[in-house]
Design a protein around this ligand. Structure first.
Ligand code: PEP
Length: 249
């Protein structure tokens, strides 16, 4: 039985003042949660997450990481630096990084490897665009994104990683994949891993992301291969995020 995991992705939102209330509300709200909960905050607020969430049930992480360990990479943040601030998780390959910042499959695989090398748990984001779905190549796109990481790091690495299926057309659009559409791709992802290692496939947490709300979370999380969610917009409002966490049991 896989434990459910709910991860908030704050994207580029927040301030020291507004985060304080949100972090405390989440900390208090998940004090008895059966699901694992984490928030991925902007880099400057990692220290605030560490101070408010330290010794709570809520983990925290970052939204991206450098593929490089250290050196002359102005503006980059290494995985070891994230670990220094107590991060457990880091997103790699979020669709906004892929489409707006040039993160190719190879770069995503390198970031995934860098995260593991620093003992972080990478949350590998995959998903198709609307055009790709309409062209009937959703499975091909998602498998290509997974294979880039599998060929670099091996199936064994997924005993320390999480996969998030996020159809690009559902992110921030208010348009959610139906539970059946999401389950279909999640089952495909799990069977792809099972071809290489059944135990790793069975234990792998595969999250769904894309306009998850309190109103649709329970049905999505009730699907056999959906192990929780990656939550953008709704993670910025404590009551909304906590309602989603409560649906993940
Ligand atoms: C995301 O940021 O990964 C996401 C799924 O956003 P939203 O929940 O707002 O669609």
């Amino acid at each position: 039985m896989r434990t459910k995991l709910v991860v908030g992705n704050w994207k580029m939102h927040g301030s020291l003042a507004t985060n304080l209330g949100l972090l405390h509300a989440v900390r208090e709200g998940v004090a008895t949660s059966a699901a694992q909960v984490a928030v991925c905050v902007p880099y400057p607020y990692l220290t605030q997450a560490l101070s408010v969430l330290g010794s709570s049930l809520v983990a925290w992480g970052a939204q991206d990481v450098s593929e490089h360990a250290q050196g002359a990479w102005t503006g980059e943040v290494s995985a070891a630096m994230l670990a220094d601030f107590g991060c457990r998780y880091v997103l790699v390959g979020h669709s906004e990084r892929r489409s707006c910042f040039g993160d190719t499959d190879a770069i995503v695989a390198a970031k995934y490897a860098a995260a593991l090398a620093a003992n972080l748990t990478p949350i590998l984001c995959v998903g198709e665009t609307l055009a790709e779905r309409e062209a009937g190549i959703t499975g091909d796109v998602v498998m290509r994104q997974l294979d880039a990481v599998l060929s670099r790091c091996g199936v064994g690495s997924f005993s320390r990683a999480v996969v998030a299926y996020e159809p690009v057309w559902a992110i921030g659009t208010g348009r959610t994949a139906s539970p059946a559409q999401a389950q279909e791709v999640h089952a495909l992802i799990r069977s792809h891993f099972a071809r290489e290692n059944v135990e790793i496939a069975d234990n792998l947490q595969v999250l769904y992301g894309g306009s998850v709300k309190g109103a649709n979370a329970a049905e999505l999380f009730g699907q056999p291969d959906i192990d929780g969610g990656l939550i953008g917009g709704a993670s910025l409002v404590a009551t909304d995020f906590l309602a989603i966490c409560a649906a993940a049991i």
